[in-house]
Every structure is written in C-alpha cells, then in structure tokens.
Write a protein that binds this ligand. Structure first.
Ligand code: BES
Ligand code: MN
Ligand code: ZN
Length: 500
C-alpha cells in the first residue's frame, strides 16, 4: 500500500480529476446539510445527491456511510461518510472516519483511493499520519491460522487530498510504525501453542537480525545466577523453558537518553494452582503477553524509523503460568533478584512476579525512564473498560509525556493513583510482602507491588493494558481481535524525546 499527498482538493473538482485518476473518491460530510462539501460533491456526481442521501437516511452522523457506484463515470465509486458536528471533529474522529472509508473502499474492490476529509483544525503532519495509519491498520487482516485464506483486496495507492505542500514528510515513518503495530497484533493473536516463550525470543531475534539490533536471551540458568526467584517460580510449572529477552536499539550517533521498555510476556496464564475458573476467560489467556507484544512491536518500529539520540532497551521475562507437580505452591515464599521476599497468596497474580525481576534488571541499566506494559489485572478492566488503559507513575513529567504520546497516537489512558496507604494490603505475616492485596483497588495494589522493584528516584510508569489488548468486535481502526495497543504510544513517546 502506497501513500501520497496532493494539494488538490474537492473545492475544484475539475482540477482534481486532472491530477488524480483513481477509481474511488471518499468524502467526509458534516451533518450540516448546507456545508460546502455537499455542494462540491454534488457538482461532481450530479444534481439529486441530497434526495439520494435523504432516501438512504444519511444524516452525516459519525458511523454513517453511503457508497455510490457509477458505471460510466470517473471515479467509478464515491464513498460518503458522516463526520458529525465540526466542533466535535478531532484527530480521533478523523481516524475513525478514515477507517470506515477504508473498509468501504476495500468492500468496493477499490485499487486507487483518494480521501477528501476536513483537516483544517489539525496540524497537517498529524492529520496526514493519522489518515495513513488509519487506512493501513483498519485493513489489516490475519489469515495465518486458516487453511484457505479469504481473498481480500486493499487499495494499492491511497491519495490524501487537500493537504499543504510538504505534508508528505509525515508519511515517512508510517510503514515502520504500522509494521510495529501489525507485529504486536500477530504476536497477541497467535495461539498459546504457537506464541511460546521461545517464539517470542525468535521474534526478537528476527528484529535484531533484520535491523542490526543487539539481542541477549537469558536461559533459566542465567536467570538463576541473577537470583530471579520471582520470575522463575512462575515459569517452573511449565514444560516450556522460560526466555528472558533483552533487545537493544542504539542510535547511530551519540546517546543523550536511555529508556527501558518492560513487557509482561505470559504466553499463557492458566492461573496456576489458584486456577482460573469458568467465566474468567482462561481460553483467552494467550493474550497475556500483550505487554511484550507492544514492546517488541515498538522495537520493530523504532528499528526501522531509527530515532536519533535515544537508546532503547526492551525487556521481557517470558514464560507460561501452568499447573504441574513442579508448579509454584500457593503459600510459597520466593526471593526476587533485589533480595525482597514475597509470599504467594495467589498464584494467579503471576504477572507482577515476572515483572518484579524484569524491573530490577531494567533498573540496573540505569535508564532515564522505565515504562512497563502489562495485561496485569482484571480489576483494571472493571475500572476503565476496554477503551482506556490505566497509567500509574511516580513522575508527573513522565505521566504527562505518556498521556500526550497516547493522545497523538489515538490510544487512551487514565492516570490512576499510587496511593501509598493501600500498601497495607500487601503486608505479609511471613515475608516482605504478599503478591496480592484485597479485591477492592486491585489494579492499584498491583501497581504498588511493582513500585517496590524500581528505585524511588527513577522515573517509572506502569501501563495496565488488560482491557485494551483485545477487541471482540473491533473498534475504530482496530479490526476484531488483537489491537496492538501500546505500540503507537511507545513510539510517539520515544520520538517526542521527553524522558521525564
Ligand atoms: N492476566 C491476568 C489479568 C487479566 C484478567 C488480564 C482478565 C486480562 C483479562 C492476571 O495474571 C491475573 O490473573 N490477575 C488476577 C489478580 C488477582 C489474583 C489478584 C486478576 O485480575 O484476577
Ligand atoms: Mn494471572
Ligand atoms: Zn496474567
């Protein structure tokens, strides 16, 4: 899929058809029937458009779309999508409208698509990138696990209309960014018998080999030597060996800033002996490596985009949480690699155990900031639902920077409190702390648990993406299934360069 920008716009349809020869033109229409875009489309497709839109009950609301097929005319397909009120039309609305255009164009078998959407209120580069991302990511399809893939056609050439000269620069990083999101989606969607800890290590090895990154994979014995008792206790019930992945991107010239990305990489979470019961979505727990997928996807993007001045470390303590004679006991007391002891009162709170040792390892690299991403708690899904991820941070600067990076990429976060009094809930009678607190505020005590494994003065943020990694029905520019959530936030944050 190729993208380009043109300054030509629908304001002069004659001139537009001289420079653009594609088969499908898509136009966004606000709900106001007197808005100039309606007259402009009418002059292109002929009088009678308003009656036709009325018959099709098109009011210009978000989510509405009408496709016109014109056998003898050029362009042969005209797609009209509703944009709602101009006041509510922001970057996210632009993404959603673009995604519905892309789907309609694919359904119409379009080969060359042009989009005429209002971008006046937005910075041209931001608007250009948002539209290109939305077309590519909404048309992503994954047929790896079917014996006969559904044939699907996507446009070869996508032209963005009415953009100022120079907007094309914003297209340069689209391929890298989208490939990163797609990798994350593929890793999350792959079933647990395919996306094993070894497969995650292989994915990291491919990125390293393709883009010249540095990769270290620590085996069980290496992790034992480092004293990673929390991580290894989770891994010990599985027949699959754990893989501790450390992938590094170094900039070509000097390093001004070093960041560490830590991802939860449970390729399957059965719950262990405090087993997940029916209704707890045990069959979906292949997506419990969503944090690691976001981190590897971001590395894939960063490796291609090659930002200057920043060194990026991706760290994933990958394993499965399973049941066997060797599995961790409820009641066990473990020692993490920073020497802290942990009483296991629930083996299903395993993610934080793997992250504890991963965070200790990341801290030793002395980064300017650490961001971890994890499908950590069902409680976060209850609190924020499936469209918003939780964000916890001890640093206001880092929290603001991540919120802004998320907004720029169309990913939503809500900052949650690291209320220290709730640490009471993690007090253990036998060890330094327990791995779970009471049910109320469960996503907060989980974040407080992690905080114990990061030095106080190191800017750190924890993103709980349990609700956002997967979408059963699809939403916005995410097709049904794995969303690749987190990649765009991480890449935008790293590129924006605000470490603290
Ligand atoms: N992977 C789960 C969290 C999860 C639940 C993600 C549902 C996505 C959807 C995590 O390992 C877990 O089991 N957490 C427990 C913690 C509890 C035992 C304190 C939970 O949320 O129930
Ligand atoms: Mn669990
Ligand atoms: Zn889990």
């Amino acid at each position: 899929m190729e993208f380009r920008c043109l300054t030509a716009s629908l304001a002069d349809p004659g001139a537009l058809l001289e420079v653009w020869e594609g088969d499908t033109l898509a136009v966004g229409l606000f709900s106001d029937p007197d808005h100039p875009a309606r007259t402009q489309v009418e002059s292109l497709v002929g009088a009678g458009l308003s009656e036709l839109l009325e018959r099709r009950r098109f009011k210009g609301k978000p989510g509405e779309s009408v496709s016109l097929q014109r056998l003898e005319a050029r362009p042969g397909t005209v797609i009209l999508v509703g944009l709602g009120e101009p006041a509510g039309f922001d970057g996210n609305a632009l993404r959603t409208a673009t995604a519905s255009i892309a789907r309609a164009a694919a359904a119409a078998g379009s080969r060359s698509l042009a989009l005429a959407l209002p971008v006046e209120g937005l910075e041209p580069g931001t608007a250009t990138a948002a539209m290109a991302e939305a077309v590519r990511l909404s048309l992503y399809a994954d047929h790896r696990f079917r014996s006969e893939p559904d044939p699907q056609s996507v446009p070869e050439l996508v032209t963005l209309l009415g953009l100022p000269e120079g907007s094309e620069a914003a297209l340069r990083s689209i391929d890298g960014l989208c490939a990163g999101v797609e990798l994350a989606r593929q890793l999350v969607a792959a079933p647990p018998n395919v996306a094993t800890p070894a497969a995650l290590a292989d994915a990291a090895a491919s990125i390293a080999a393709d883009y010249g990154l540095e990769l270290k994979v620590l085996e069980r014995s290496d992790c034992e030597a480092l004293g990673m008792g929390a991580y290894l206790a989770v891994a010990q019930g599985s027949d699959l060996p754990p893989k501790f992945i450390h992938l590094t991107y170094r900039p070509a010239a000097e390093t001004r800033r070093r960041v560490a990305l830590v991802g939860k990489g449970l390729t399957f979470d059965s719950g262990g002996y405090n087993l997940k019961v029916a209704g707890s979505q045990i069959e979906m727990m292949k997506y419990d490596m969503g944090g690691s997928a976001a981190v590897l996807g971001a590395m894939r993007a960063i490796a291609q985009i090659r930002p200057e001045g920043v060194e990026v470390h991706a760290i994933v303590a990958s394993c499965e949480n399973m049941i066997s004679g060797g599995a961790m006991h409820p009641g066990a007391i473990l020692t993490a690699s920073n020497g802290k002891t942990i009483e296991i009162n629930n083996t299903d709170a395993e993610g934080r155990l793997t992250l504890a040792d991963a965070l200790v390892y990341a801290s030793k690299l002395e980064p300017d900031a650490i961001v971890d991403l994890a499908t950590l708690t069902g409680a976060c899904v209850i609190a924020l639902g499936e469209e918003i991820a939780g964000l916890w941070s001890c640093s206001d600067g880092l929290a603001e920077a991540l919120l802004a990076a998320g907004r720029a990429g169309g990913e939503s976060y809500w900052r949650m409190p690291l209320r220290s009094s709730y640490k009471e809930g993690l007090k253990s009678a036998f060890a330094d702390l327990k791995n779970t607190g009471p049910r109320p505020g469960g996503s907060i005590t989980a974040a407080l648990f992690l905080q114990d494994f990061v030095p106080k003065d190191l800017p750190w943020a924890h993103l709980d993406i349990a609700g956002t990694v997967w979408s059963d029905k699809g939403r916005g520019l995410d097709p049904a299934g794995a969303t690749g959530f987190g990649v765009r936030t991480l890449v935008n944050w790293i590129r924006a360069g605000s470490a603290a």
